[in-house]
Design a protein around this ligand. Structure first.
Ligand code: PEP
Length: 264
């Protein structure tokens, strides 16, 4: 048994109009509101968030990206103060689609994490290897580099303070998302996922100490569905899920979260 509270976040990516998002929330939010033992969040387009956060307070709201600068000439980005003013609780950082398509690096990921935590917001830092890297037996090297460069770029020295005052909800969550499992319908097996999560936790222990390693939540992401959620969430180092495709339908995602909550 672990003392970490599980966290399930739906990543809507570039999906849903404001009307569709509202209809989703009218079903989803009441359906998950009775679940007291898990954190439930939705990562929506920045354009959708202002219409949702104050209206649907029963879930945590996340942006899909957030810049480290307070303001300035950064076309297309959003700042921590914009998120705070819109009642958004945090942001995804360095999702593999942003790493692959938008030039996100480990260094920029670390800067984004530092800005979010410094503003008292949550960050979900995504890491994970490609299929070619896994097939070449390099997944551990890839994760080690993503973690060491990313954490170094935060510049944070005192992690205990940086993680905020609520011990059950540290401001930083890691998401292990093997790129080959995202949107492919080919999830990692529970054994593969557990092996990678245990590797990440042991890196955290060596680099930041046992207390931080024990506290930080590590979500699994990559083709999580109703069919595989029980097995994945039963693994000792898997502390929730970051869910793309299966988070788009309110009833299905509510069922998935409820299943995960039973294992929490
Ligand atoms: C994701 O986009 O973070 C993700 C895990 O997607 P999917 O669940 O569709 O694989």
């Amino acid at each position: 048994m672990t003392s970490r509270r599980k966290i399930f976040v739906g990543n809507w990516k570039m999906n849903k109009t404001p009307q569709e998002a509202q209809a989703f929330c009218e079903t989803f939010v009441p359906a998950v509101n009775g679940l007291n033992n898990v954190d439930v969040g939705l990562a929506a387009s920045a354009l959708l968030l202002p219409g949702l956060t104050t209206r649907f307070r029963g879930v945590q709201w996340f942006a899909q990206n957030c810049h480290w600068a307070a303001s300035g000439a950064f076309t297309g980005e959003v700042s921590t103060s914009m998120l705070k003013a819109t009642d958004v609780g945090g942001s995804l950082v360095a999702h593999s689609e942003r790493r692959q398509m938008c030039g996100e690096t480990n260094a920029s990921a670390g800067q984004r994490v530092a800005a979010l935590l410094g503003a008292g917001l949550q960050a979900i830092l995504c890491v994970g290897e490609t299929l070619a890297e896994r097939d070449a037996g390099r997944w551990q090297d890839v994760l080690r580099t993503q973690l060491s460069e990313g954490f170094a770029a935060t510049g944070i020295k005192h992690w205990s303070a940086a993680l905020g005052s609520d011990p059950s909800r540290p401001l930083l969550t890691l998401a292990y998302e093997p790129v080959w499992a995202i949107g492919t319908g080919r999830a990692a097996t529970s054994a593969q996922a557990q092996e990678a999560h245990a590797f990440i936790r042991s890196w955290l222990k060596e680099s930041l100490g046992s207390d931080i390693a024990h506290r930080l939540r590590i979500q699994y992401g990559g083709s999580v569905t109703l069919q595989n959620v029980d097995e994945l969430m039963g693994m000792p180092d898997i502390d929730g899920a970051l869910v793309g495709g299966a988070s788009l339908k309110a009833d299905d995602f509510a069922q998935l979260v409820a299943r995960g909550a039973r294992i929490a």
